[in-house]
Design a protein around this ligand. Sequence first.
Ligand SMILES: [Zn+2]
Length: 176
Amino acid sequence: MKGRELKQQIPDIIDQVIKVGLGFDLHRLREGVPLFLGGVEIPYPKGLEGHSDGDVLLHAIADALLGALSLPDIGELFPPSGEKFRGIRSTEILKRAGELVRERGYEIVGIDTVVVAEEPKISPYKDRMKKAIGEVLGISPQVIGIKGKTAEGTGEVGRGEAIQAYAVCVLRRRDD
Ligand SMILES: [Zn+2]
């Protein structure tokens, strides 16, 4: 009896019309590695370390989507200890997060992001990043925001040793 009562209450909790998610990521820069940011390869002498291609922006977005669904983050879904995911493209990680959004009955209303990098400049690549992210998630680039910031020379990001990314997303329950 108790279980049934609980079940009746659960839909009110899980059936929210709007869900919000937040994601954050940081990767260290290393010489001689290609730099992938927002699904775009950027010509630069350093790239981001990681067992995937290190794309901090895509990782932050994927974590925001998973967080909105109250699911485990990408570290748990794609464990760095597992050989299976070594060298995985971050577009694959983001694609899986997007599939989970659909499987759970939601659609993406909007995504906003901040990339914190001393170098390189993000602005020349913003439109290509939005297009790449939009294609992976099956959404319009117009609902994606990307802002490039510097750390004003402070900390490891300011010294050019790492790049950070933040992302928020809003999901809406699908009608169908
Ligand atoms: Zn990451």
